[in-house]
Design a protein around this ligand. Structure first.
Ligand code: NAD
Length: 285
């Protein structure tokens, strides 16, 4: 039987509607409107689309969006100054620095400058540490969305074998940590893993976060597995595909996420959720 497709777009829409209600109530009760500042440096077209989509999502849900579009020639010092200003700005509850930053900029120094209390992406070392110790203040958006998509299947994560392919700081590692906290038995695969197909074949839950089109093929997937595709890859013909060979893996997986319309929309919904949580903390709610 073909897999059930986890509709990220519909899930995200439902979450955004709920957020919209929360924002309305928060503003009515406390006068606080959750504010999100997005900083984009340079003119990377994909990044520009992401930032624009985040701004539109903010507006639709009733949040206060602030956009800072800076030229690629911006100095590190100027960018740091802006981050410090936003750290102090009471209208702003979340700050996001769109990655990648232009070459020559020290991304780590910039991410470390964001106040941990406004770090809605969860990239600051304080928030990374809190995630690892099981006391998160902000859960990184994409991993948070991945877990909610798995939960939407109604399957219990506890005791399952989960294999995460990819070990980046923004997806692979935090998603593995979240699965571990939910009592899965977790393996992280990467470019030097021996017999990667054999390892992935044991998984009840597969998370693909590699950035290689159609990398996960049916021979790697156990029948009935939950397959979450984080990858976003543009083919030469302009088509957007994930890291999973969706058309073929769908035939044997239990649940699968599409690209587009899967993890991407959930990431934006989680960003809004984190910003509202941050504003609520400020409001003492
Ligand atoms: P990354 O490049 O930082 O990390 C990729 C990881 O894949 C690395 O850890 C590497 O070890 C692993 N890898 C590379 N080649 C491999 C191979 N042959 N075998 C096994 N592992 C291999 O990427 P990232 O930032 O984690 O993003 C991964 C993908 O997810 C990209 O396509 C990115 O665009 C996408 N992404 C999507 C969202 C979303 O909202 N949907 C968010 C973040 C990233």
């Amino acid at each position: 039987m073909p897999a059930q497709v986890i509709d990220g777009k519909a899930l995200a829409q439902a979450i955004r509607e709920k957020i919209s209600e929360e924002v309305h109530l928060l503003e009515k009760d406390t006068g606080i409107k959750p504010g999100l500042a997005a900083i984009l440096v340079g003119d990377d077209p994909a990044s520009a689309v992401y930032v624009r989509n985040k701004k539109i999502a903010c507006e639709k849900a009733g949040l206060y969006p602030q956009e800072h579009l800076l030229p690629a020639s911006t100095s590190q010092e100027t960018l740091l100054k802006l981050v410090h200003q936003l750290n102090e700005d009471p209208r702003i509850h979340g700050i996001l620095v769109q990655l990648p930053l232009p070459p020559g900029m020290d991304s780590q120094a910039i991410l470390h400058a964001v106040s941990p209390e406004k770090d809605v992406d969860g990239f600051h070392p304080v928030n990374v540490g809190r995630l690892v110790t099981g006391d998160p203040m902000f859960i990184p958006c994409t991993p948070k969305g991945v877990i909610q998509m798995i939960d939407s299947t109604g399957q219990d994560i506890a005791g399952k074998r989960a294999v995460v392919i990819g070990r980046s700081n923004i997806v692979g590692k935090p998603v593995a940590m979240l699965l571990l906290h939910r009592h899965a038995t977790v393996t992280i695969c990467h470019s030097r893993t021996k017999d990667l197909p054999g390892v992935v074949r044991e998984a009840d839950i597969v998370i693909a976060a590699i950035g290689k089109p159609l990398f996960v093929t049916p021979d790697m997937v156990k029948e009935g597995a939950i397959v979450i595709d984080v990858g976003i890859n543009r083919l030469a013909n302009g088509k957007l595909v994930g890291d999973v060979d969706f058309g073929r893996v769908k035939e044997l997986a239990g649940w699968i996420t599409p690209v587009p319309g899967g993890v991407g929309p959930m990431t934006i919904a989680m960003l809004l959720q984190n910003t509202v949580e941050s504003a609520k903390r400020v409001a003492g709610k």
